[in-house]
Design a protein around this ligand. Structure first.
Ligand code: PLP
Length: 357
């Protein structure tokens, strides 16, 4: 079986070294040594002032909305994972969808201004597949209307924009370190900001709002454990190696699928792409379904990601987003992971070619 992704695990002995230490000192959670070390290392890697290691990439979105004290309407993208819109609804704000660009599937910054009203408090956009939103245009709009900006960077770890880590942009950025991500901590998430006041709030939120016996604010439990941090410490030094291999796999796909009527979302900004995913957009949903079926018969599982377009969910206020609806009906993420082989890419590509030709 070939799945859309396969979790990379470090050599067992490497992880065991951390386990041995945990068995000796019995400090397994609550801001332990490994969590602190991982936070320091990631802060350095990202070039941000504050970074908090948390339990997942969803709770950090909720914390971001709460820390920025957002109310009313939040402009967001319909082309993302459901966690993005769920976090807005969970924090009792109203999502206002703005359509995406067909080229990179990120929010169409040219359409944002027309959706801003006096009730709008923020823009929450996703760096889709690790490709950047137009962060400079979005900052200009946010400054003009006094809005906060949150980036859902669940896919963005390792992408750089103009030589700077993409996750360093925005008032707050978040990331997912779920086992399916290129850098993972089994379950996990991160939140970063350069603002000291917001950082203090995030720090408190993560641990129930109190420090020892002093209670400062409402809070939640978003702390992650030493076991998760240890996985992160094993994998962080390997991130560049992961990205290089993913780029190589993307090149294999490009070579194999050359000449077919498919598109790949891509950024026209000055980036070093992290190759978080390998999405392909087919000519029609019918073709996509035929390819999925063909792959399944070979025990290969690609994933419709993102599908459906979030503006069509039964619990949101409907706003038409034709580009997002169209792309989400035709896009498929092909298997991409560190250990995939050239032969496997050839097999996947041969099934696609047989169906499309
Ligand atoms: C764009 C986006 N946002 C948020 C999340 C949620 O992350 P997690 O699964 O770590 O909660 C995901 C998960 O894949 C995602 O793709």
């Amino acid at each position: 079986m070939i799945n859309v992704t396969q979790t990379y695990l470090p050599p067992l002995e490497q992880y065991e070294k951390y386990l041995k230490e945990l068995w000796e000192n019995r400090w397994v959670t609550n801001n332990g040594k490994f969590v602190q070390q991982l936070e320091a290392d990631i802060k350095k890697y990202l070039g941000v002032k504050h970074f908090f290691f948390c339990t997942n990439g969803t709770v950090v979105l909720q914390m971001a909305i709460k820390a920025l004290q957002l109310k009313g309407k939040i402009i967001t993208t319909p082309f993302s994972y459901v966690a993005t819109v769920n976090s807005i609804l969970w924090e009792e704000c109203e999502p206002v969808f703005v359509d995406v660009k067909a080229s990179d599937c990120c929010i169409n910054d040219a359409l944002i201004e027309q959706q801003i009203t006096p009730d709008t408090s923020a823009i929450l956009a996703t760096h889709v597949y690790g490709n950047p939103c137009n962060v400079e245009a979005i900052k200009k709009i946010a400054d003009k209307y006094n809005l906060k900006v949150i980036y859902d960077g669940a896919h963005a770890f390792g992408t750089t924009l103009n030589g700077k880590q993409l996750l360093s942009y925005g008032d707050v950025s978040t990331c997912s370190f779920h086992a399916t991500k290129l850098f993972h901590t089994i379950e996990g998430g991160g939140i970063m900001t350069n603002d000291d006041v917001v950082a203090r709030q995030l720090y408190l939120f993560r641990q129930f709002g109190h420090v020892y016996d002093e209670y400062f604010s409402v809070g939640i439990n978003a702390k992650n454990s030493e076991f998760h941090a240890a996985m992160g410490l094993c994998l962080l030094p390997e991130v560049e190696k992961f990205i290089e291999k993913r780029k190589l796999v993307a090149d294999w796909y490009a070579e194999e699928l050359k000449g077919l009527n498919i598109q790949i979302p891509h950024s026209s900004l000055n980036i070093r792409y992290n190759h978080a995913y390998h999405p392909v957009i087919f000519e029609s949903e019918k073709k996509l379904l035929a390819v999925m079926e063909g792959l399944k018969t070979e025990n290969i599982f690609a994933r419709r990601y993102f599908y459906p377009s979030l503006n069509s969910l039964p619990f949101v206020k409907k706003i038409s987003c034709p580009v997002s609806e169209d792309i989400s009906s035709r896009v498929l993420s092909l298997p991409l992971f560190y250990e995939i082989t050239r032969e496997e890419v050839e097999l996947i590509s041969s099934v696609i070619k047989k169906i499309l030709n």
